[in-house]
Design a protein around this ligand. Structure first.
Ligand code: ARG
Length: 288
């Protein structure tokens, strides 16, 4: 299923078929698939760190080649999901995608506002595990700096933004209906950080993945309806003004009892050795 949904970024019909084929553990309303995401349109100026990953060569030019989300954490540093750069999505290793770009400052993918910046280096977490979805993050280096002010601070271990019940926003240009309706405009959905115990109960381990509290977090609403979906992967989950998650995986989109699962930013900070802030960056982070 995970493989199908990754491919479905380029082939929405496959996704629709695969999504309806997921056996639901609990009785979900038959309409669950028609109420996914539950977001609202936003302007990229209000979340300028939300970027789109693009390759017109691999995904066609109609939506500027958008295939995943990303988030600027430095003026030349973008975080995204490791699975966005996998061969199943790109059809080749990322270094063979010659027109891999980050699109910043563009709310509507059909417009030419903002900028397209070439990716000069790709680092995919070597510990990313396709079987349980753990370690789902990658770091892109940009060939040109994004404007000052288009960077979001990251929430380190112990940050109150991770506390269960905290309100968070997830951003993306992904599927807005669960049926392959890829948005042209940036959208956001309001979700709540859920306690690890609920996430573990929702995802004890199947071929879709397994919830691992040390490196993942999950967010949603008990009633479902608001969630990230295909095409949002790699994009930001922000709470209290700080980045806490990257869109990673989930069973369907917006289903009650199947929250969205995110790469836990505090854990990737540890893996990257970025969690020992100097006094200066710590001050910045607290000021966000
Ligand atoms: N794997 C999807 C992607 O590649 C993201 C899925 C997120 N799903 C969810 N229900 N939150 O875009």
């Amino acid at each position: 299923m995970r493989r199908l949904s990754a491919r479905a970024l380029a082939r929405p019909l496959v996704l629709a078929a695969a999504a309806t084929a997921i056996p639901l553990g609990s009785a979900a309303p038959a309409s669950a698939d028609s109420v996914v995401v539950g977001g609202f349109p936003v302007e990229v100026a209000d979340s300028p760190w939300t970027v789109a990953l693009s390759s017109r060569d691999r995904f066609g030019g109609t939506r500027a080649g958008q295939f995943c989300g990303g988030v600027a954490v430095g003026r030349t540093t973008v975080l995204t999901a490791a699975h966005c750069l996998g061969e199943e999505v790109l059809g080749s290793p990322p270094d063979q995608v010659e027109d891999l770009k980050v699109i910043a400052g563009r709310t509507d993918l059909l417009s030419d506002e903002g900028q397209e910046v070439r990716v000069s280096a790709v680092w995919v977490n070597p510990a990313h595990d396709d079987a349980d979805n753990s370690g789902d993050f990658a770091v892109l280096t940009l060939s040109e700096a994004l404007p000052a002010g288009s960077v979001v601070g990251m929430a380190a271990e112990g940050d109150p933004a991770y506390t269960p019940d905290t309100q968070a926003l997830v951003y993306g240009w992904g599927d807005a209906s669960g049926a392959g309706d890829y948005a042209n405009g940036l959208r956001a959905a309001r979700v709540r950080v859920l306690p690890d115990a609920s996430c573990e109960r929702a995802y004890p381990g199947s071929d879709e993945g397994r919830y691992l509290a040390s490196s993942m977090l999950c967010a949603g609403e008990d009633a479902g309806g608001r969630d990230a979906c295909q095409g949002d992967s790699g994009g930001p989950l922000v709470a209290q003004g700080r980045l806490i998650g990257l869109v990673s995986w989930g069973s369907g989109c917006g289903r009650p009892g199947s929250p969205g699962v995110y790469t836990r930013v505090s854990s990737l900070l540890q893996t990257l050795g970025w969690d020992a802030p100097t006094a200066a960056t710590k001050g910045q982070r607290e000021g966000v």
